[in-house]
Design a protein around this ligand. Sequence first.
Ligand SMILES: C[C@H]1O[C@@H](n2cnc3c(O)ncnc32)[C@H](O)[C@@H]1O
Ligand SMILES: [Zn+2]
Length: 414
Amino acid sequence: MLIKNVSILQSGHLVLGQDIRIKEGKIEQIGPELQKERGDEEIKGKGKLAIPGLVNCHTHLAMSLLRGYADDMELMPWLEEKIWPLEARLTEEDVYWGVKLGCLELIRFGITCYNDMYYFPDVTAQATKEMGLRGFISGVVFDMKPELLSQVEPFIKRWKDDELIRPAVGPHAAYTCSEETLLRAGEIADRHQAMVHMHISETWKEVDGFLLSRGKSPVEYLDSLGLLNSRLTAIHCVWLSEEDCYLLEKRKANVVSCTASNLKLASGIAPLNTLMKAGVNVCLGTDSACSNNNLSLFEDMKVTAIVQKNAYHTPAAFTAEQIWQFATENAYRAFGLNNGMSVGANADLALIDLKKPWFYPQSNIVSHLVYSMAGGVDTTIVNGRVLMQNGIIPGEEEILEKAQQRFIRLTSED
Ligand SMILES: C[C@H]1O[C@@H](n2cnc3c(O)ncnc32)[C@H](O)[C@@H]1O
Ligand SMILES: [Zn+2]
């Protein structure tokens, strides 16, 4: 495949007239005037910017089926009164079409890899693979459904050698898993060197509960169980002490901030300034389309930048370049992804049509990507396979129809 005459970002500046040769799922060559080789599929890149694929570091993708189902509530009533009762009715087919609906949105927003925690992980993995996206997929584990823990290791064994899917371990949170459950989940992850995906310190009530009952924060408690390490994606981390921030860095844990979801649930604002000062690897996630309510990292980048600037009364903080790293390089580091606009990297990239008013004047492109990007990308490529070209995703219409049918069935008993 040869992407012709596209612009790329180099050190934050636009470099025009570049060609990108892709072979066997990798970027083989980048430069001007590359010769077309026999059999090369050519993609016209004139007027477009090629960006490395974005990584959504926290989703419950199948919850795209529940978008708009339960707004305007805080976390625990939202879960206990609305979400968990509805999820009790979920079938594998609901999850399959919900994941496909979510994949459509990820593709349209230039996201080539995502990190998921939900029910029926085999179905999530299969649907993701069919859509062509890279995914770190974990089956949720919590004591409400004790049978889920025993399904983790077989799931890992089934998917551990897949090219696009990386099986992970998903203990829901410290407040929904017993110590025994957390220890066993950690042992399984250690045995398979799998990523661990966990909601941590999302609300003040969660943290206050631990301080009162255990005399330590959730972060300190999880560290006492050996769960803090470089394979952990610690989701939310809104209510952290300074000691928690330095402990997360000491253990090289990754923090995933889900600003829009935190704000919509009125959970608070994560202390990203302290985390960055401590040297923690900070990434971004949208959480589900049921608490955001979309899966656009462009939107979460902008929201994170402006909310954090205001929180610290420092407009100069959280620059567009730093925020862009949250959604790209920091995420690649967290998941050990060989991604980026460089020779030998995975051919996971997106093309953005720059002929849009919000990209003019064509000056500070990273600023435009973070502060003014609107809509979606034009073309999305994962592992060298074109998933969307010129805004067209094959099979989209059927997925939209099926998702609508599944939502109607799922909520018909309400
Ligand atoms: C996977 C389970 O986690 C539930 N969930 C969805 N969003 C959140 C959140 O922000 N905090 C905690 N739990 C969440 C989801 O409904 C599943 O039950
Ligand atoms: Zn979540």
